[in-house]
Design a protein around this ligand. Structure first.
Ligand code: ZN
Ligand code: ZN
Length: 119
């Protein structure tokens, strides 16, 4: 049986993240940083032959001299057709079009992570 990739209900909080209730009753909750890290656009995923952009650089974690970074936010979430949304990030990135299929695939819950171990 294929997974439902039609959302029944979507709750968007620009400062927290997105929650989706799927038609099959499954619920997914995505934190902002998680969504940003799973941006499906070509420059983030390394499609078309470019190597994937490094996710969080290791030196960021333990560097006491790290510059203050404003909290990540979504400035806008625009529907694209009826199959996807485009997210405008506060860091200026806005080329990621998140299809509902992509959302379903990156659902962070343990059950879905077991189904889709990559990422
Ligand atoms: Zn991207
Ligand atoms: Zn899930």
């Amino acid at each position: 049986m294929p997974l439902a990739t039609d959302p029944e209900h979507i709750a968007i909080s620009k400062s927290k993240g997105i929650k989706i209730d799927w038609k099959d009753g499954h619920r997914s909750e995505y934190q902002l940083q998680y969504l940003r890290d799973h941006c499906p656009c070509a420059s983030c995923t390394g499609a078309h032959g470019t190597p994937p952009a490094p996710k969080s650089a290791p030196q960021e974690a333990g560097n006491p001299f790290m510059m203050f970074k404003p909290a990540l936010k979504m400035l806008a979430v625009e529907p694209v057709g009826n199959y996807a949304v485009r997210i405008n990030w506060s860091d200026g990135h806005n080329s990621g079009i998140y299809s509902y299929e992509h959302f379903r695939r990156i659902c962070p819950c343990p059950a879905c992570r077991a189904l889709f171990p990559v990422g």
